[in-house]
Design a protein around this ligand. Structure first.
Ligand SMILES: Cc1cc2nc3c(=O)[nH]c(=O)nc-3n(C[C@H](O)[C@H](O)[C@H](O)COP(=O)(O)OP(=O)(O)OC[C@H]3O[C@@H](n4cnc5c(N)ncnc54)[C@H](O)[C@@H]3O)c2cc1C
Length: 385
């Protein structure tokens, strides 16, 4: 199989780095629900988690497509970048809307690995996808904000120093629009963890280090505010195209892993005195998954191209996430089916990757919500909510 690829040197370096973290490493982390610290440290040491941080702040200053290549190859190798990808997709909001002082204070330390910005607190248990109805509030008092409320699915909070937090600073009834009155904060969790900030892990079907977090009169300094007060929803939205493209790249990596794994197994496994891969009933689902992966990959590249050219990539970023998540899931199905009973045995890694790949139909945005975006914002159909 030959894939046309960009950032070849980075891809090769990541593939090499990932050789030290093989299936048994990820299996062990998975069965012990353990954070893959060694892997995240190796990526940090290699500078890869600072790929999108400008050089003036100690990062590699690379474009989004380089970040996408890094994440794709981690997944292509059988690993899982979910342990650390947030540092890439939160970066746009900090770079575009953060103050010079915030950038100088945090970015060099994030780039060196001294600090981690891996937590992104948006989703809440009651409002779910309906973000503008979130209930966490940040009330200004003197030179500080007092935060109260709860977030859910705040992944990696236990393994992060900083959190990008979305909270309401103006009650919805007093805001001129429901999208106004929300603000973004760069919270230094080291100062409040265990007192006014409580983090509780949530056990999930895959090893994801996700949590729920509770803010109980959590005091954060005024200068934790990112950009202008009340404009936070726009800032988060502006970062979402990058997030969707990066997640789509991970899905492409997963799809490639499943397709290669299935193809190899189909060639090796003999039943009825011939390789199962000789049967078209086994070949065709893998071939179709390959075709759909390649088509999705083109859309991911187009989204990245438009993003880097500074154009509006909303349509393409959403299409890329939808198609890539579908392609990885189709490839996961084909791979598991090709393996027959062995697909269910942990030592083949297929069942682990299968559980991991399923997430991207739901998070960071569910398939339905993308379809709704396409229907309403691309095709101009009536709003449903
Ligand atoms: C493992 C994991 C990690 C996560 N990490 C983070 C994180 O780090 N930070 C963070 O902020 N969030 C995180 N999330 C949250 C994730 O973004 C949400 O789960 C996702 O956006 C869906 O929201 P919800 O779970 O509240 O579903 P709901 O909004 O309750 O929706 C439930 C279902 O109904 C459908 N639905 C809802 N409204 C409509 C509609 N109008 N039309 C059609 N269908 C609709 C949805 O598509 C979905 O399938 C994570 C989630 C998981 C599971």
């Amino acid at each position: 199989m030959r894939y046309e690829v960009d950032h070849v040197e980075i891809r090769d370096a990541i593939t090499k780095l990932c050789e030290a973290f093989d299936g048994s490493y990820w299996r062990d982390c998975d069965s012990a629900s353990r954070y893959p610290s060694e892997f995240v440290n190796a990526l940090t040491k290699g500078g890869y988690l600072s790929a999108l941080i400008p050089e003036e702040f100690g990062g590699l200053g690379l474009p989004l497509s380089a970040g996408a290549a890094i994440l794709e190859e981690i997944h292509h190798s059988g690993g899982n970048a979910a342990a650390c990808h947030a540092q890439m997709y939160t970066m746009g909001t900090v770079l575009r809307h953060g103050s010079q002082a915030q950038k100088q204070k945090y970015l060099p330390k994030i780039a060196s690995g001294e600090l981690r910005l891996q937590a992104f607190g948006v989703t809440e248990p009651t409002s779910g996808t309906d973000t503008t109805n979130l209930r966490t509030t940040a009330r200004k008092e003197g030179g500080a904000y007092v935060v109260n409320g709860q977030k859910i699915w705040t992944s990696r909070a236990e393994h992060s120093d900083l959190m990008l937090l979305l909270a309401r600073t103006t009650p919805k009834e007093q805001a001129s629009k429901k999208t106004d009155g929300l603000s973004v904060f760069l919270v230094d969790m080291r100062e409040v963890r265990g007192t006014s900030l409580t983090i509780r892990p949530i056990k999930t079907m895959m090893n994801h280090a996700t949590t729920e977090v509770f803010f109980d009169n959590m005091i954060i300094p005024e200068d934790a505010l990112v950009g202008e007060e009340g404009q936070g929803f726009r800032y988060i939205l502006s970062g979402m195209n990058a997030e969707r493209l990066l997640i789509a790249a991970e899905c492409i990596g997963d799809a490639k892993w499943f397709i290669e794994k299935a193809t190899n197994y189909a060639a090796e496994r003999n039943v009825f005195k011939r390789p199962i891969g000789q049967n078209q009933g086994v070949q065709f689902p893998i071939a179709r998954a390959y075709a759909n992966m390649r088509a999705a990959e083109l859309m991911v590249r187009e989204g990245l191209r438009l993003y880097e050219a500074g154009g509006t990539s909303g349509e393409e970023a959403n299409l890329a996430k939808l198609l890539a998540a579908d392609a990885s899931w189709e490839a996961a199905e084909a791979c598991l089916q090709t393996h027959g009973g062995f697909g269910f045995a942990q030592e083949y890694d297929v069942e682990r990757k299968y559980r991991e790949a399923r997430l991207y139909q739901v998070a960071p945005i569910s398939t339905n919500l993308i379809l709704s975006y396409i229907a309403e914002h691309v095709l101009g159909m009536a709003r449903s909510y």
